[in-house]
Design a protein around this ligand. Structure first.
Ligand SMILES: [Zn+2]
Length: 381
């Protein structure tokens, strides 16, 4: 008999604007909620809850996930491949079994609505603009890249997303969730977790949608283990809801080329992931700087009103390209500059960033000295 590693408890029967679920992972309980605006009903279904429970369970040794209800046959079959993928990406993960459920072959969906996850960033703008004829709803999940306590930033972002939707005659769905508490406790959000969380939100919305776009982060030429991935995202689909991982054909420079044709995009683009003091874009973090480079290459930086500062070459040189993803983005910018005979100072700065040695030992040593001085300072005063 395999021990349960995760027990899922919920009382969701009818669609509601609030879905609450308890995940007991070994001996730790997580009370997770998903809340929508009052016009949007969420369906608390087993697909959504399994998408949340899978990675924590695999991390904690596999075993069994015990839940109840009916699960799409297509979704359940694909969970095996999803686990294969995660086991190769994360060899310490163990496969898990799902018990307590029955499978159901849903008929194809008659729903006509098409959603796209939307943050106001480069990837989500690109996917939306590319498919705006088809997309009916922008889905903004609050509590994932924007922390729940940052209500000021939420208001700013929500206002902008409603302006964008209004310009194109689209609907906005806002979902608030604390699901990050569960994911963050067990897995790296970027490298492994965020796609599963988006899949969970998608399934909560499944009664209303037959297709949901998940904007890509990377191109087909730069693929590596990442929580939202072209081989992974479609596997979260059911008979009634299709997930499409979109945008791998375009670099971020090319994505910005499309969005820079739209004033509304240049007046609402949001990419910052540090957001000090709830600012929309700080203009200083790595993601802000490399997006400002994307905009500069497309002669659109001075028209983009969500960056208040000029691009500073000194800040560019400070970028630490020590991950596969950051190196890919820097290389994309460099390739585009070289192709277009762009700014020579900027080109040299990007070459400098790609070639400067990553010195983790030196960084650790500096950190140690800093902490040591802090301790001495505390003792004296
Ligand atoms: Zn920033």
């Amino acid at each position: 008999m395999i021990d349960p590693v995760c027990i899922i408890s919920h009382n969701s029967t009818e669609p509601s604007s609030l879905v609450e679920v308890v995940f007991q992972i070994v001996d730790k309980k997580f009370n997770i909620y998903f809340k929508s605006d009052e016009n949007t009903l969420l369906s608390g279904n087993a697909e959504a809850f399994l998408a949340c429970a899978l990675l924590p369970s695999m991390k904690m040794g596999g075993g069994q996930i015990v839940t109840k209800g009916e699960v799409s046959h297509k979704f359940l079959s694909a969970l095996s491949t999803i686990q294969d993928i995660y086991c190769t990406w994360q060899p310490s993960f163990k496969r898990t079994e799902i018990t307590g459920i029955s499978t159901l072959k849903h008929p194809p969906s008659s729903q006509k609505r098409v959603g796209a996850f939307f943050t106001g960033g480069v990837d989500s703008f690109y996917t939306f603009l590319k498919h705006h004829d088809e997309i009916t709803d922008l889905i903004f999940a609050y509590g994932l890249d924007i922390k729940l306590k940052d209500t000021v930033l939420r208001k700013k972002v929500s206002k902008k997303i409603h302006e964008i939707a209004s310009e194109f005659g689209k609907n906005v769905i806002e979902i608030e969730t604390n699901a990050l508490e569960l994911f963050d406790f067990y897995v790296n959000w970027g490298k492994l977790g965020h796609g599963a969380a988006l899949a969970a939100i998608g399934h909560l919305l499944s009664p209303s949608f037959h297709r949901i776009y998940i904007p890509s982060s990377y191109t087909y030429s730069h693929l590596f283990p990442w929580g939202s991935h072209p081989i992974l995202d479609p596997l979260w689909s059911s008979e009634t809801l299709e997930f499409i991982h979109d945008g791998c054909e375009a670099t971020r420079v090319e994505k910005v080329a499309l969005l820079s044709k739209y004033d509304i995009a240049l007046h609402s683009l949001r990419v910052c992931w540090t957001n000090p003091y709830s600012v929309y874009n700080c203009g200083k973090c790595e993601k802000c700087i490399r997006t400002m480079i994307n905009l500069k290459i497309n002669n659109a930086l001075n028209r983009c009103t969500t960056f208040s500062e000029e691009l500073d070459i000194k800040q560019v040189k400070k970028i630490v390209a020590n991950t596969e993803g950051t190196r890919a983005f820097i290389q994309e910018n460099l390739d585009a500059l070289e192709k277009n005979n762009g700014d020579e100072k900027l080109r040299k700065a990007l070459i400098y960033v790609l070639n400067k040695p990553d010195m983790p030992h030196l960084k650790r040593f500096r950190r140690k000295i800093k902490n040591h001085i802090k301790q001495i300072w505390k003792r004296i005063f």
